[in-house]
Write a protein that binds this ligand. Structure first.
Ligand SMILES: O=C(O)c1ccccc1NCC(=O)[C@H](O)[C@H](O)COP(=O)(O)O
Length: 499
């Protein structure tokens, strides 16, 4: 059987590797790394009701070369952008054309967890996985007995690595359970004859308790395959070849997930230069944010007036012929045009403030022609109510989140919109930091999600949190300056995945 050949080759390979890098040194390097990882692989596989582990694979014994052209780092980055929960990276060189460098480089580039996919027969390989940056290892029941599986799983645990324990039949599923696996993968491919049957994981699903993460592996291709898994209480798919052969992995994953059945609003915040307006107009977010609070993105009232006027002018020029063809071109200026065409919705403008007085907020909102004010300071509910009595513009309250209680405290607020952002000791916003979205799991009121959103995490943010809207600032910047290409790329991702 092919597996015997691979295991024999692995024994030789591991022996050779031990000659080059002494086991004592590799073990010491692994033990020097933090073991309190929080097991991000497992966390990611539980984050959504359905999760994908996407594989970076050049070749396989059953299919031969899958990817002649193999830009492994770009592939991994695309998986992350697409919204993969984790990435599986082959390191087995002889049969899968894998390489340790693929794992090392990918793990140090993407933020999502990475699985070392190899034929682990020696503790040495587990220490290697840790040193190379993996968050998880694969343990194959067909290669190991239960005491060894248990020993390896416990060693991985002690290093903060998760173990995906792979089985193919009833006997092996029982082995996986007996070794204490918290993640069990059922391979739909029979390694004896390479036949694939997606029903194999479905058939074995009920042997595994619900608190164990169950992964269906191999041979998955279509949304229908994924639906079969979902219908049978399987929450994770590990897919390689299908993704490797897809020219656009973001589109492929969106197709496999199916429609989101909603499109989140988008607010692009911290626009401070007229040069950025064409990119904003082209991207057509729902809101453009202007920061009046002290910040590297701060604008004066005069600059804000220019930015808003320019936004409306360019927007009307770009879209009036399409969206309001009857009146296009008759109005004297963009403000007049918008007044004459009440159904013509331009991008709304949101002013961001920290501890500004009610009177100043009202005055600035009127002068700049803002649609909303966003309060990022210590404004309380009484302040919001006082403000709402004096203005018709929307009042948004930004809340920094450290726990679910921080959000819950605002559930009954009279604010028109709540915006949840990452907590920062010294800064009020625009930090580029992500908070733990699970704090919002039970929050039942529409909200804007902010805090470190960028092209690499927006797909997961939308699918996991399903916020009313997404707020982005640092994520569309390069070296602190708004970046037209990032604005475009971000917009394309949101449009591809959310519909
Ligand atoms: O952006 C700022 O510099 C800022 C300064 C002070 C208060 C609020 C600020 N920004 C508010 C926003 O709405 C940001 O878009 C939000 O905090 C998210 O920022 P980021 O994490 O950079 O995407």
């Amino acid at each position: 059987m092919i597996l015997d050949k691979i295991v024999e080759a692995t024994k030789i390979r591991v022996a050779q590797e031990k000659e080059v890098e002494m086991p004592k040194a590799v073990k010491a390097a692994a033990l020097a790394l933090p073991s309190d990882t929080g097991f991000p692989f497992e966390v990611a596989l539980r984050q959504q009701d359905f999760n994908f582990i996407c594989e970076v694979k050049k070749a396989s014994p059953s299919k031969g070369i899958i990817a002649e052209h193999f830009p492994y780092l770009d592939i991994a980055k695309e998986y992350e952008v697409a919204g993969a929960a984790a990435i599986s990276v082959l390191t087995e060189p002889d049969f899968f054309k894998g390489d340790k460098k693929y794992l090392q480089e990918i793990a140090s580039t993407v933020k999502i967890p990475v699985l070392r996919k190899d034929f682990i027969i020696d503790e040495y390989q587990i220490y290697q996985a840790k040193v190379w940056g993996a968050s998880a290892i694969l343990l194959i029941c067909a290669c190991l007995d239960v005491p060894t599986l248990t020993k390896f799983r416990e060693l991985a645990d002690s290093l903060g690595l998760s173990s995906l324990v792979e089985a193919h039949d009833e006997k092996e599923v029982q082995m996986a359970i007996d070794c204490g696996a918290r993640i069990i993968g059922v391979n739909n491919r029979n390694l004896k004859d390479f036949t694939v049957d997606v029903q194999n994981s479905v058939r074995l699903r009920n042997l595994v308790q619900d608190d164990v993460i169950f992964v269906s592996e191999s041979g998955l291709e279509t949304p229908e395959d994924i639906q079969v898994l979902r219908d049978n209480n399987i929450g994770v798919a590990l897919m390689g070849e299908t993704f490797m052969r897809s020219p656009n992995k973001v589109e492929k994953l969106a197709y496999l997930y199916g429609p989101t059945y909603y499109t989140p609003k988008v607010k692009m915040c911290g626009i401070s230069k007229v040069d950025t307006i064409p990119a904003v107009v082209e991207a057509k977010p729902n809101y453009m944010g202007l920061v009046f609070a002290p910040s590297k993105r701060q604008v004066t009232v005069d600059q804000a007036k220019t930015l808003v006027e320019e936004l409306h002018k360019q927007y009307a020029k770009t879209y009036s012929a399409v969206e309001a063809p009857m009146n296009a071109g008759t109005a004297q200026d963009s403000k007049e045009f918008v007044q004459e065409n009440p159904n013509f919705e331009s991008i709304k403008t949101v002013g961001v403030f920290v501890n500004e007085t009610v009177d100043n907020l009202v005055a600035i909102a009127n002068e700049v022609n803002l649609d909303a004010v966003q309060l990022h300071g210590d404004e309380d509910e009484a302040f919001i109510q006082a403000l709402k009595e004096k203005t018709d513009v929307e009042v948004w309250k930004a809340v920094q989140i450290r726990s679910a209680a921080d959000a819950e405290a605002w559930i009954d607020s009279s604010a028109d919109m709540l915006l949840f952002d990452a907590y920062h000791k010294d800064e009020r916003g625009g930090t580029g930091e992500v908070f733990d979205w699970s704090c919002l799991d039970e929050f039942e009121r529409p909200f804007m999600l902010a805090g470190g959103i960028d092209s690499t995490n927006v797909a997961r943010a939308i699918r996991t949190v399903r916020p009313y809207g997404i707020d982005i600032s640092s994520g569309i910047e390069t070296d602190g300056v708004k970046d037209d290409e990032k604005i475009k790329a971000f917009t394309n991702i949101v449009r591809t995945i959310a519909h």
